[in-house]
Design a protein around this ligand. Structure first.
Ligand code: UGA
Length: 450
């Protein structure tokens, strides 16, 4: 099958993983980013962020000469057949999506298209509000005088990859959604994906640009809603002696109509996607005068959830002034060093506000934590040194290495043996009696201790 040559604008999680995925499967890929420092890292074979497995694949792609990097966006368009736009669409102060980087990319692509006589496909893979892709087609027509659907093509192709699983999700996605301006554009992108995935190609949904844009937002909103739902049930479980949200989640997850995924109760969801995309959806609802009460409730539950860790610490220790609180886990989830909208930030800010002394440890996110908190908190080298002499420990990210710890060893050098398990890393049944163990979604397990 013919493999078109590809340029990728924006080498963040989505763009770099796609670039590397395509290049290691034999496509010729040119990566472009406005950030020169980022390009230098990538050219040395070092991903500028932590993502399991990505470093090895990047080095392979570079050594096989299938991945080239450029600082010239116009050349990147002129020398390739297909351009993916994977730039960020961060949040504006009013919650709407900031399209500055997308518009800049379109301008550069337009300049490239002007120098080309052959048909070129533009694929928007950034998350953009409904209507944006059609507007992008009009802008490109304006910049070039060419006609979309005739002289060039355009697709909206949302991504569903998770940080920490980005390589796997790119190479083995559940499905591919292609929103197409016209049939030829959809055909070219479908063939590209069929060439990438070969016989194991996942199902491909071909649809309109607007539906593809909406599928992305609805997908993230539904997943976040599942997590907020189980956190709501967790809050209920805590008030019911003998109840445990883990068992409830297991039970409802066995119903095929509900499914077992995204039902892990904890201190709430964070990251670079759910918070921004749910706010953008609410903004869209306001613009169109459509109420979205489930999205509102999903956000509201999530705003309160992290603070439960602080309330529990206060309940167990009283006034937190001068108390030493250890935080295990800073990344917004395991498998990443990303701390964007991590619940740990809200928890630490609140603890500091209450006058507590905070010491923190994360297997990967220490550099990011230093950038965020500077000298306001203490940083530990490992989990055990983090809890040393602490009055309590809050587990805020469910890293595997924390799951392997023995609660007995964890509390050995603490001032008070108090564990607040915000991510359900320990089995409550195996906690020794001398440890005060409280966990999200766990009702009191003994009758005398309601
Ligand atoms: C999310 C989506 O899962 C991806 O499909 C999507 O492509 C991506 O956003 C995006 O829009 O780019 P990601 O932000 O990497 O991916 O993280 P998730 O694995 O979805 O987790 C989000 C948050 O929910 C994390 O804070 C996680 O700890 C929390 N979570 C997740 C729970 O608290 N419980 C769960 O059961 C699942």
């Amino acid at each position: 099958m013919h493999k078109p040559s590809i340029s990728i604008f924006g080498l963040g999680y989505v763009g770099l993983t796609l670039a590397v995925g395509l290049a290691t499967r034999g496509f010729k890929v040119t990566g472009y980013d406005i950030d020169k420092e980022k390009l230098e890292y990538i050219a040395r074979g070092e991903p500028p962020f932590y993502e399991p497995g990505l470093g090895e694949l990047l080095q392979k792609a570079l050594s096989e000469k299938n991945l080239a990097l450029t600082t010239d966006p116009i050349k990147a368009v002129v020398e390739t057949d297909v351009t993916f736009i994977t730039v960020g669409t961060p949040e504006n102060p009013d919650g709407s999506a900031d399209l500055t980087y997308l518009l800049k990319a379109l301008e550069d692509i337009g300049r490239g298209l002007l120098l080309k006589s052959s048909w070129h496909l533009i694929v928007i893979r950034s998350t953009v509000p409904p209507g944006t892709s059609r507007r992008a087609a009009k802008l490109l027509e304006k910049y070039t005088g060419k006609v979309c659907g005739r002289d060039f093509g355009l697709c909206m192709n949302p991504e569903f990859l998770r940080e920490g699983n980005a390589v796997e999700d790119t190479l083995y996605p559940d499905r591919i959604v292609i929103g197409e301006y016209d049939k030829r554009s959809g055909d070219v992108l479908e063939n590209l994906y069929r060439a990438l995935h070969g016989e194991n190609s996942p199902p491909i949904l071909r649809t309109s640009l607007e539906n593809a844009e909406l599928i992305k937002y609805a997908n993230n909103a539904f997943l976040a809603m599942k997590v907020s739902f189980i956190n709501m049930i967790a809050n209920l479980c805590e008030k019911i002696p003998g109840a445990d949200v883990e068992e409830v989640a297991k039970g409802i997850g066995m119903d095929k109509r509900i499914g077992p995924y995204f039902l892990r109760a904890g201190l709430g969801w964070g990251g670079s996607c759910f918070p921004k995309d749910l706010k953008a959806l609410l903004h869209l609802g306001r613009q169109l005068e459509v109420r979205l009460p489930l999205v509102e409730a999903t956000i509201e539950i999530n705003e309160r959830q992290p603070l439960k860790a602080v309330e529990l610490a206060e309940k167990l220790l009283g006034d937190l002034r001068g108390k030493r609180v250890a935080i295990l886990g800073l990344a917004f989830k395991p498998g990443t060093d990303d701390m964007r909208n991590a619940v740990s930030i809200k928890i630490i800010d609140k603890l500091l506000e209450r006058g507590a002394y905070v010491v923190a440890y994360d297997p990967k996110a220490m550099n990011n934590a230093r950038r965020i908190f500077g000298n306001k908190i203490e940083y530990a080298e490992n989990a055990i040194s983090c809890v040393m002499s602490a009055d309590c420990v809050i587990i805020a990210t469910e890293w595997e290495e924390f799951k392997k710890l023995e609660p007995r060893d964890l509390v050995r050098h603490m001032r008070n043996p108090i564990i607040i398990d915000g991510r359900r890393v320990f089995n409550p049944k195996t906690i020794p009696e001398n440890i005060k163990y409280v966990a999200i979604g766990l009702g009191s397990q003994t009758e005398e201790d309601p």
